[in-house]
Each structure stands twice: as structure tokens, then as C-alpha cells.
Design a protein around this ligand. Structure first.
Ligand SMILES: [Zn+2]
Ligand SMILES: [Zn+2]
Length: 93
């Protein structure tokens, strides 16, 4: 379940971001520049027929950072990852 909405960092900056993975894709975030990359998961049909190529992690970001799952959105103002969602605008499947 992914969340899109207003986030607030430990220093009180508010910004819009989305967080979490979707049903059909895993969300990776760069640990340096916070670039988001979605990697699609195999469809149910592909899983049932065994015709599955495992989704590959995206590897390195162009900035030299590493893509990771489950990183909190980074505050664009101060760069803190101590952020929390204060207002949910949309829940995505
Ligand atoms: Zn990056
Ligand atoms: Zn901040």
C-alpha cells in the first residue's frame, strides 16, 4: 500500500511526497538524492504459468547513491529522513 500526501520532517518542514510500494511494483528510493524508482513485480498470470523473471533491484543511481526499499521520504529543505506523513491525500493500491 502506498501513501501520497503531506509529510513533515523533524524540523517542521512540510512537503509533498509519496511513500511505500504499490501492489504491482516495489518502490526504491536513492539514499542520496531521494530519486524514486519503481520496479514492477511479475503479474499473477506470469506467476501462475511459471514464466517469471525475477524483478531486479535497480542498482545504483546516477548520482552514485544506492536504491533502497523502505526509506522514508527525504525532506527537500534540510535533507532529514526523520519524516512522517501528517496528511494523507491518496492511498494507492
Ligand atoms: Zn541518487
Ligand atoms: Zn526539513
Amino acid at each position: 500500500m502506498g501513501v501520497a500526501g503531506t509529510f513533515k520532517c523533524e524540523n517542521g518542514h512540510e512537503f509533498f511526497a509519496r511513500s511505500g510500494s504499490l501492489l504491482h511494483a516495489t518502490q526504491y528510493r536513492c539514499d542520496r538524492c531521494d530519486r524514486v524508482k519503481m520496479v514492477e513485480l511479475p503479474s499473477l498470470v506470469e506467476v501462475m504459468t511459471g514464466d517469471v523473471s525475477r524483478p531486479k533491484p535497480p542498482g545504483r543511481c546516477i548520482c552514485g547513491g544506492t536504491f533502497k526499499t523502505e526509506l522514508s521520504p527525504k525532506c527537500p529543505t534540510c535533507g532529514s529522513r526523520e519524516t512522517e506523513c501528517v496528511k494523507v491525500k491518496a492511498l494507492e493500491d
